[in-house]
Design a protein. Structure first.
Length: 363
């Protein structure tokens, strides 16, 4: 029986064709295929033509990640965020992705879900993926930093954004949270409020510690006492905001205003005030922090502090790329501090009129 004639058309390809498949069909080494595809000078025009035709025939897609890792140059950046919901973190990530893409990088996004154990796993996964650098915003439960110190000890570029480790050797892009809180509390004082409560966040996180400092600074500027019973420490959730407001408004001497270190907590506080029959802002004024999307559609709309989300993401990538390009050279630790903007809305406006958008002034 005579051998069956080879078909001129290739069989249907159900799995991606590899470089090894191309080499096998042409009877050459994988090195020859690799060099032909990269237009290497050592491969003649005839062989290059054969390789390119076969690659086109099978719709061969090179594994660029594997190639980058063989060369010791990954074009991947890692991001770890506490969560991707609301407005803030999605907007920061969008800024990161936009800037990274322009620089020729792709990103791997991990969520810690506010859990330090998950954050550690995220770090290990990104190290295994051999990313060129890592950007991280700390989980609410992160109080030990050995997993992040491990990244630093390997010489892998690491940049924090929003929620950062403290220290002299830390690269970070942050908002001036103390200034944002100062602006917000000053605004409440300008409305005639004198008994201002504070919904504070976890104080081991620098953003919430600095927002509390700004609140205290504004009260002291105005010659008012800092009353511990008017500061409630929370995890910045809506139910906790409601619970704190209930306790304050049912006390013998309720506050006439609340500055919340986060918008979700402020929302819970406002809903509870209205449930108890208090009018916002007539009976109690409320100001939040973060400029979440819902703050513009609540009744009343919520005064808040904008955190310059996309700008933060883009600045984080720029700083990380500077570290990557420094390639192990001495690079002094840098902190990029963005200036906040107070967005005055209905939840805090009393009889004293103010401009709707108030930018911070340098002190």
């Amino acid at each position: 029986m005579s051998p069956r004639k080879k078909s001129e058309t290739p069989p249907a390809v159900t799995t991606p064709v590899s470089m090894a498949d191309l080499a096998r069909e042409l009877g050459v080494s994988m090195t020859t295929i690799s060099r032909a595809l990269s237009d290497h000078y050592s491969i003649g025009p005839e062989m290059k033509s054969k390789v390119l035709k076969l690659a086109k025939k099978y719709n061969y897609q090179p594994n660029r990640l594997a190639s980058a890792l063989r060369k010791g140059k990954s074009k991947l950046l890692g991001i770890i965020v506490p969560y991707i919901e609301g407005r803030f973190f999605p907007s920061v990530v969008h800024g990161i992705e936009t800037a990274a893409r322009k620089a020729g990088y792709n990103v791997i996004i991990c969520q810690s879900h506010e859990d330090v154990a998950q954050e550690r796993q995220n770090v290990e996964a990104l190290l295994s993926a051999q990313v060129a650098g890592i950007m991280v915003s700390l989980a609410r439960t992160t109080t030990q930093f050995t997993h992040l110190e491990k990244v630093q000890s390997r010489g892998l570029p690491l940049v924090f954004f929003d929620r950062s480790m403290e220290g002299e050797d830390v690269h970070a892009v942050v908002l001036d949270d103390q200034e944002g809180a100062l602006l917000s509390t000053r605004h409440l004082l300008a409305q005639g409020c004198r008994r201002i409560a504070h919904l504070a966040g976890p104080q081991h996180l620098s953003i919430y510690k600095n927002r509390c400092r700004g609140y205290v600074e504004a009260l002291r500027e105005a010659g008012l006492p800092v009353e511990e019973e008017l500061i409630t420490y929370t995890d910045m959730t809506q139910p906790e905001g409601a619970a704190a407001m209930h306790a304050w408004l049912t006390s013998p001497n309720p506050p006439d205003a609340v500055f919340s270190a986060g918008d979700y907590c402020a929302l819970g506080a406002m809903q509870e005030a209205e449930r108890l029959g208090f009018r916002v802002p007539d009976d109690v004024a409320i100001s939040g922090f973060s400029n979440e999307a819902f703050t513009t559609i609540t009744k009343p709309t919520i005064t808040t502090v904008d955190q310059r989300c996309e700008e933060m993401g883009q600045a984080t990538v720029r700083l990380l790329l500077e570290l990557i390009e420094a390639d192990g050279s001495t690079f002094a630790a840098r902190q990029i501090v963005l200036r906040p903007e107070l967005l005055v809305r209905e939840s805090s406006l009393g009889q004293v009129a103010e401009p709707v958008n108030t930018r911070t002034k340098k002190r």
